[in-house]
Design a binder for this molecule. Structure first.
Ligand code: RTP
Ligand code: MG
Length: 360
């Protein structure tokens, strides 16, 4: 948002100037450049020096925010080319998301003052992520919520760390030189001096062109059934196991604690009926309540199998769930569907339609 849709630095500077003027302190553009990017409390501490009481800090911080909001509401203007681009990209049928590390209150203020909220299907603020740019987390979350593949996304950025975030998320990136010079933004697929130079045709071309880093993987979005097995439940490993899958980018879209009966167990393991370990397997899997989870994500079935490791923990690769938590071939901590057909069958055994949620 900042530096792409609006130049809010200007309004931040003016609101600091207004606030300090009323307390008799001069605050120049040079001063502002010096503190740009710092947190409010750090800026105030720097300007006020020793004369810094809690009360005074609060009063100044509040006055600055009031002045900032007032300025935005009365004067905020979009950067050149922004409104036309938002309109034409919408009209071409693309989904748009806003990803900013600013607090959501500032996002609301700016997009409502500009009247551009309707263009954004999703808004990701600093509150939605645990890692700021250059981590791709914000952009990946936006793609996830839009229900689109990262390789089908174009990021528009003005910041060096933002270009890096787009690359990290394997997304195409157009950088605009509103904040940094072109040389510093060279990692982007395209650098422009104004968004007036960007149009739908350019975006479409970027999406079909393959550059080494942003390869299109086109992996299917799948659902898979995971069970935290009795041995892991007894050792209170459900949370640790769910965490392993979440860390790999999978989303919980269904979850319950269930004590399987023999009928459900026989159906679930129907392919193993008649094998020597079958009766023992049914007895084992019905021995305690278990957590059943539906995970959704790109290539979920294979990703889950790789995260679990080989059936026999002794043969499982280091770092997999079964290598780390499994005891033996029966007490192997976790189950995961082994094919799309079996995933569909197993999910239907454990969950009703209304108990499964879409990606959120
Ligand atoms: P799961 O179905 O539980 O995810 O495990 P998996 O695909 O890796 O292994 P699968 O061949 O489907 O076997 C299902 C479960 O049966 C038990 N088993 N015991 N030789 C044995 O004693 C033996 N072989 C398999 C394991 O608990 C295995 O997870
Ligand atoms: Mg299996």
């Amino acid at each position: 948002m900042d530096g792409v849709i609006v130049d809010s630095a200007l309004y931040h500077m003016r609101s600091w100037q207004e606030t300090y003027r009323s307390t008799g302190i001069t605050f120049t553009e040079q001063d502002f450049k010096h503190v740009f990017g710092m947190r409010n409390d750090e800026i105030i501490r720097l300007v006020l020096g020793k004369d810094f009481t809690d009360e005074k800090f609060k009063a100044i911080a509040q006055a600055k925010e009031v002045a900032f909001r007032q300025l935005i509401r009365s004067y905020v203007k979009p950067l050149p080319g922004v409104i036309k681009l938002l309109d034409t990209v919408d009209a071409a049928g693309f989904l748009q998301a806003l990803v900013s590390s600013t607090p959501v209150e500032n996002i609301d203020l700016i997009i409502d003052s500009l009247g551009v909220r309707r263009h954004f299907r999703e808004i990701i603020s600093g509150y939605d992520v645990t890692e700021g740019k250059p981590s791709p987390q914000g952009y990946l979350l936006a793609a996830h919520r839009l229900g689109v593949h990262p390789a089908d996304c174009v990021v528009i950025e003005d910041a060096v760390a933002g270009v890096e975030a787009a690359r990290g998320g394997r997304m195409k990136c157009i950088a605009v030189t509103n904040t940094h010079p072109a040389e510093r933004l060279a990692a982007a697929d395209m650098v422009v001096s104004s968004l007036e130079m960007v149009n739908v045709g350019i975006i479409e071309r970027l999406l079909t062109q393959n550059s080494g880093l942003a390869e299109r993987s086109h992996m299917p979005i799948e659902k898979s059934l995971v069970l935290v097995k009795p041995d892991a439940m007894k050792r209170r490993l459900a949370g640790a196991i769910i965490n392993r899958f979440e860390q790999r980018g999978l989303t919980v879209v269904g979850m319950k604690l269930i004590h399987m009966d023999a009928t459900l167990a026989r159906r679930h393991y129907a392919v193993h009926e008649g094998k020597p370990f079958f009766d023992g397997l049914v007895k084992y899997i019905t021995s305690t309540p278990i957590v059943a989870i539906i995970f959704e994500g790109e290539n979920a079935i294979e990703l889950i199998r790789r995260t679990m490791g080989a059936t026999d923990p002794a043969k499982a690769e280091k770092g997999t769930i079964r290598a780390d938590f499994g005891v033996d071939i029966q007490n192997n901590a976790v189950h995961g569907s082994d094919s799309p057909e079996n995933a569909a069958k197993e999910i239907a055994l454990f969950f009703k339609k209304g108990e499964i949620y879409g990606v959120y």
